[in-house]
Design a protein around this ligand. Sequence first.
Ligand code: UD1
Length: 420
Amino acid sequence: MSVLKITGGRTLSGSLRVQGAKNSALPLLAASVLTEGLSVFRNCPRLTDVTATVDILRHVGCRVYEEGDALYVDASGPIRPEVPDALMRRMRSSVIFLGALLSRCGEVTLSLPGGCELGPRPVDLHLAALQNLGAEVTQTSGRIRCAASRLRGGNVALKAVSVGATENAMLAAVRASGSTVISGAAREPEIVDLQEYLRACGALVTGAGSSVIRIRGVEKLRGGEKRILPDRIAAATYLAACASAGGSIRLYDASPRDMVPILRVLERMGCAVKTGENLIVLERQGPLVSPGPIITRPHPGFPTDAQPPLMAAVLKARGSTVMIETIFENRFRHVPALRSMGADIRTAGRTAVIRGVDSLRGAKVRADDLRGGAALAVAALAAEGETEIRGMEHVLRGYEDMAGALTALGAEARLTEKAE
Ligand code: UD1
């Protein structure tokens, strides 16, 4: 078990490069199987979720290797349209292989990802989108099979905004016969990244970033090259860390235009935020104040993934902060651990009310999910004494060397391995 120990009380200073985005890397890597060539991904973050995706790629028949900062996926050989249960279970986003393998092979069999720590994670929107494009779906004892000798373009009207279902629909449509219009599409920057990669491979896709995506199917795709966009949630976490600890930090290779609602919240808390082309500078000198209500929404609203680290940053902010989580049912799992550090948080359903306290104290806590674990680190920086965060495996799924990053910014942070 990985354990992060943080001794609070030090202000942060210095510069940090923002890692490539996990939520872009995973669908892009999955998408590479529907090309019949060699793809190159630059700025790919080194994360356990990326390793799990690479394991699936190798299982289905791709050759994957690293050279310098680039990850190569060679999908030119025969591809096996099946993913075993053990590989699927390692990460929820493996569901993107559904559209990718169906598109490449005309069929796919894999197990359903099931629920996760954030609550039930249905795939009804994914399946409805694939059925709209001509796939036949059959389910038997946890395994799901989709087949279509040739997918055909059509209208895919998503009933609710879903990042993953939008991605699956795009992957199924790019090699379908005829044209597809996806309406009600998610508008996240990661969808734009996927469109850019697919276009580099020869796909005819437009509209990503808006709620209508138009695709004209092509017979085949070649491999493509893509630089993965900066991780806005990792950036938000380190900005929240500086807001929490105080001081001044500079994030480079960042994408401030994708982070507007997060930056506004930090400003309303009393932080000075300056942005440049790929740069964010945050300074927090005085005391923090409540930023007012925060409601999570699909992009371009405030992202659900930034809710836990920002909650940790407002624990000592003067006044009360209301946070409403509209995307996932079970996204306050970090609250009991924050309370054990002295936070004053009340929750009712999907609403949390945080009353600013004068001080936090270090404690032995446990990360139950990826962003919730990051929130504990943010709180620990502002706590008196040492905090020991167990269950860091969850956090390492999405953050490249978090202890190293915090140490580089002047925090006292150390990752150790312990027997269970
Ligand atoms: C992606 C992100 C995740 C982020 C989430 C919301 C990746 C790898 N993960 O997850 O970090 O928190 O977007 O921004 O990119 N839903 C259904 N039926 C479906 C699919 C989704 O009801 O078939 C619901 C979900 O339960 C959830 C909401 O739609 O309440 C949004 O989920 P979705 O956008 O699909 O999230 P993911 O793509 O899984």
